[in-house]
Unconditional design. Structure first.
Length: 224
């Protein structure tokens, strides 16, 4: 009982006193039962004073024995057991884990346009529609409430150009410049024609000539 009390004390210090009280009470009852059995079988005389003295002596002996067992013997046993278990555990050399492949973050490719978060690598065109803009991407199209000027500002550093007051075009979407009904338009890879503002035409021509995959075609077909 003392061993259980001490173990309980070490693990739950705030609950140790009830355990110690229960241990003392149980030891008291065990000694009382033992003395009663001795008196019952006439091992000790049935005199009250002698019975009380024998009971007290036996109880003190039991408590003292448990105290010595817990304080001196039990820690030695635990240390020896712990040392034996440690010695039996095989020590294997630690092998380094294979390095995880480095994941390329996509955060640098995300832009916030209105209430939409867009990967600019997927973006093709932006078209203004009154107080909204329509974003056409490779895999989807969305609309959000924002002016095209603010949308273009959010795309600063992205390879694209505002070719008209209502249109922004990504470099990957542009194919060639041509004239349609006397007006300069930008043909997209999808076949759609985007109007080009007169005030932006020179800048758009220069920009189109820097597109590697279509530089030759633009130089030949550039409608002066």
């Amino acid at each position: 009982m003392a061993i259980l009390s001490v173990t309980f004390w070490r693990k739950w210090p705030d609950r140790a006193l009830p355990s110690l009280a229960i241990s003392t009470l149980v030891s008291f009852c065990i000694v009382w039962i033992a003395i009663s059995m001795l008196i019952l079988f006439d091992v000790v005389p049935d005199y009250s004073v002698i019975s009380y003295i024998e009971f007290a002596r036996s109880w003190i002996f039991v408590v003292g024995f448990e105290f010595c067992l817990v304080v001196f013997v039990w820690p030695v046993y635990q240390n020896n057991l712990r040392a034996t278990m440690t010695a039996e555990i095989p020590t294997e050399p630690l092998t380094p884990r294979p390095a995880m492949p480095e994941l390329k973050s996509t955060d640098n490719y995300l832009v916030q346009i209105g209430d939409l978060t867009v990967d600019h690598r997927m973006l093709l065109t932006i078209q203004a529609q009154e107080h909204y803009v329509e974003l056409s991407c490779i895999n989807r199209s969305d609309m959000t409430r924002i002016s095209i000027s603010k949308a273009v500002k959010a795309l600063e550093g992205v390879d694209g150009m505002q070719v008209h007051r209502s249109w922004w075009v990504a470099r990957r979407a542009a194919k060639q410049l041509k004239r349609e009904a006397g007006k300069l338009v930008l043909e997209l890879n999808s076949g759609e024609n985007i109007p080009v503002s007169r005030g932006r035409s020179a800048t758009v021509r220069t920009w189109m000539k820097t597109i590697p995959h279509d530089a030759g075609a633009v130089a030949k077909k550039d409608p002066a």
